[in-house]
Each structure stands twice: as structure tokens, then as C-alpha cells.
Design a protein around this ligand. Structure first.
Ligand code: HEC
Length: 111
């Protein structure tokens, strides 16, 4: 509970910093920010998914290193969920969804 709060808070602070620093550093192309995406992944997704780049080894969902999802698929899954995977719309902002989806598709080279 406390850890969850801390993770959530650090996510919010990260997002606030990103907004504040808009245009300076990071990827300012309107696409996802991978650093923020990795934080989201470790907070929300690591328990269910294996992803070497994030050091996670969850086994509820597919191993993402093998699945190599495209950006479009990752955005769709994170937004709407599927089967046992919950939808994150409402829990994550559209930007956070884009960040985590960009992160996953980039580090697995899913494109
Ligand atoms: C409660 C466990 C759980 C959590 C939390 C979870 N997932 Fe999933 N995820 C799954 C399951 C199960 C599937 C398989 C769904 C299906 O196709 O039936 C899946 C599928 C996916 C897929 C599609 C893989 C493919 O190629 O079919 C992606 C991408 C994905 N998850 C990313 C994420 C991301 C990013 C997060 C965090 C925002 C996340 N997941 C959180 C369980 C989870």
C-alpha cells in the first residue's frame, strides 16, 4: 500500500517534470517517453509480464520479449485490456499509456 503510493507518486512527479520540461530533453516528438514508460511498466505491468529490459519476470501474461508487440497492439492492450489483463484507461493517462506502449514495443523491437 505504501509502496504502491510511493510508486504512484513518483509516476506523477515524473509526469509533472515531463510537462514542466516540455521541449527540453527526452523525446519531444509527441510520441511516448521511454524513461517514464519504464517506470509505468515496473509499477503496473511487471507483476504479470516478463520483460528483460525492465528486469521483470511475471508469468500471468505473455513474455513480451517473445511477443514483441507492435506499438499499436501495445496501446490497444494497455487501453482496453484483454482476458485476464485489465484495461488501464482511467488508471493511466493517454500519455502514460503511450509512454509504456512505446517503451515495450521499442525495447522488444516490436516496432
Ligand atoms: C493481471 C495481469 C496483467 C497485467 C497487470 C498486465 N498484463 Fe498485459 N497481458 C496479460 C495477459 C493475460 C495477456 C494476454 C491477453 C490475451 O491475449 O488473451 C496480456 C497481453 C498483453 C500484450 C499483448 C501481447 C501479445 O502479443 O498478444 C501486451 C503488449 C501487454 N499485455 C502489455 C502490458 C502492459 C504494458 C501492462 C502494464 C500497463 C500490462 N500488460 C499489464 C496480463 C497482464
Amino acid at each position: 500500500m505504501t509502496l504502491r503510493k510511493a510508486l504512484l507518486l513518483s509516476g506523477l512527479i515524473g509526469a509533472a517534470l515531463l510537462l514542466a520540461g516540455c521541449g527540453t530533453g527526452g523525446k519531444a516528438s509527441g510520441s511516448g517517453d521511454q524513461t517514464n514508460g519504464q517506470k509505468q511498466f515496473q509499477a503496473k505491468c511487471a507483476g504479470c509480464h516478463t520483460l528483460a529490459a525492465a528486469g521483470s519476470n511475471g508469468t500471468v501474461g505473455p513474455n513480451l520479449d517473445d511477443a514483441k508487440p507492435t506499438l499499436a497492439l501495445a496501446i490497444d492492450r494497455v487501453t482496453h485490456g484483454k482476458g485476464p489483463m485489465p484495461p488501464f484507461k482511467g488508471q493511466l493517462t493517454d500519455q502514460q499509456i503511450k509512454d509504456v506502449a512505446t517503451y515495450v514495443s521499442t525495447v522488444t523491437r516490436g516496432g
